[in-house]
Design a protein around this ligand. Structure first.
Ligand SMILES: Nc1ncnc2c1ncn2[C@@H]1O[C@H](COP(=O)(O)OP(=O)(O)OP(=O)(O)O)[C@@H](O)[C@H]1O
Ligand SMILES: *[C@@H]1O[C@H](CO)[C@@H](O)[C@H](O)[C@H]1NC(C)=O
Ligand SMILES: *[C@@H]1O[C@H](CO)[C@@H](O)[C@H](O)[C@H]1NC(C)=O
Ligand SMILES: [Mg+2]
Length: 371
């Protein structure tokens, strides 16, 4: 039996190797359906359209962020000035670097969880150097408290900002989010926690940065990942169905959800109701009530999900036009709804990629500002 398992594993690896080759040789991605055998079950794994091979050639050791050795900076060179708030991992402060007079933000980790500290540093370092990404300045340690130091930007609370942005503001915001994501994905990295709180923006200066690498991951074909990632409302169907072979496209779904908040405002189709219960299932219902049960079942089947549809209602897909009223119609033109549907497609494989979304008609009026 053991021999047989080994054979299956090797067979799986050979298929992955072939799929790499077929990615390099063809543009027809639908042919890249790969079957990976794992603990006896057959899981259909489909490669993403772009950047499937970004981490090719890296060994498990290369991919292990716990191997990082940190060079700590000079703790006494920083002054903690003002407490900003509490996050999932620790506390954030406004600060000052004494030697340079640079204004910084200092993010402290409340406990010495080296794996999450190293995770954030490693992924931050991979993606830094891009305009739309807030750079890491230093890592400091005092007794048992480790802090990451970032350049400080004057920002506006994004969760409030997206409720009040104009149509033009929505476009600028979304375009830059997608542009940053295309870059992140090109580095073989899934951000993993896209939401307004992890995007900093200043509406006056048109400044925009993507932050928070605390849940980021490498994408490697066939390498299973923990589906407990992201923030509830922003979680994609594949995450909610606990699929382990998800890819970059979970980030696009999260952007799509944010987009729905930006255009529908108060009349959001994915509004939760207490009636659906508090648990994770509520979030699946919220999606299915809009896009229908049939499509969800199809995608669940493709992923070999054991989600129990027995007591699940047979929701019919709803036309998004139903959610337009005179308060939100100026944001909900047909191009917006078309792009939104493409970003929230049940099937990650058919969901539009950041690279392709940047070419969507919705951005025709603002694209020249970035070229
Ligand atoms: N470079 C920066 N300039 C200004 N403000 C920043 C900067 N980086 C982070 N912040 C602020 O600090 C907050 C926390 O940052 P971050 O998201 O990295 O930490 P977190 O502990 O993961 O928080 P959360 O759990 O809320 O996501 C951000 O929401 C943002 O308001
Ligand atoms: C650390 O920073 C403090 C304050 O700027 C400075 O006085 C000190 O010389 C620095 N130490 C080192 C080793 O650079
Ligand atoms: C649009 O719908 C939202 C939510 O149902 C409501 O709060 C708002 O008043 C509506 N606007 C108009 C003009 O009907
Ligand atoms: Mg955050």
């Amino acid at each position: 039996m053991k021999k047989f398992d080994q054979y299956i594993q090797i067979y799986g690896l050979v298929i992955i190797a072939f799929s790499y080759i077929s990615v390099l040789n063809s543009n027809k991605h639908d042919s890249n359906l790969v079957k990976i055998s794992e603990t006896g079950a057959c899981i259909k794994h489909i490669l993403p359209k772009y950047y499937a091979t970004a981490n090719q050639g890296k060994s498990e050791k290369d991919l292990d962020y716990k191997q990082l050795r940190i060079n700590f900076g000079n703790y006494s060179d920083y002054e903690f000035q003002q407490y900003i708030g509490k996050g999932a991992s620790g506390h954030a402060y406004l600060g000052l670097q004494k030697s340079t007079k640079n204004k910084v933000v200092i993010k402290t980790f409340k406990s010495l969880r080296w794996s999450s500290i190293k995770r954030e540093i490693v992924f931050m370092q991979i993606v830094q150097g891009h305009d739309l990404i807030s750079p890491l300045v230093d890592v400091i340690k005092n007794n048992n408290i480790v802090s990451l130091v970032y350049n400080r930007y004057i920002v506006f609370p994004t969760s409030q900002l997206i409720k009040t942005m104009t149509d033009n503001g929505n476009k600028l915001f979304l375009y830059q989010t997608l542009k940053a994501l295309d870059y992140v994905h090109s580095k073989g990295v899934i951000h993993g926690d896209i939401k307004p709180g992890n995007i900093i923006a200043n509406p006056n200066k048109k400044l925009f940065k993507l932050i928070d690498w605390g849940l980021s991951m490498y994408y490697v074909p066939g390498r299973p990942k923990n589906p407990s990632v992201g923030t509830k409302s922003y979680q994609s169907p594949e995450i909610l169905l606990r699929y382990q072979y998800y890819d970059y496209q979970i980030d696009v779904y999260a952007v799509g959800f944010m987009f729905s908040q930006m255009i529908f405002k108060e009349n959001n189709p994915f509004k939760g109701t207490k009636k659906l219960g508090k648990e994770k299932i509520q979030y699946i219902h919220r999606i299915a009530r809009v896009f229908g049960t049939e499509g969800l079942k199809e995608v669940a089947k493709k992923m070999n999900s054991n989600f129990d549809f027995n007591d699940f209602p047979d929701y019919q897909p709803v036309n998004l036009n139903k959610f337009i009223n005179s308060s939100n119609q100026q944001y909900c033109q047909s191009e917006a709804l078309d792009l939104l549907q493409k970003m929230m497609h049940y099937d990650a494989k058919k969901r539009i990629t950041p690279k392709d979304a940047l070419k969507h008609q919705y951005f025709d009026s603002i694209r020249h500002q970035f070229e």
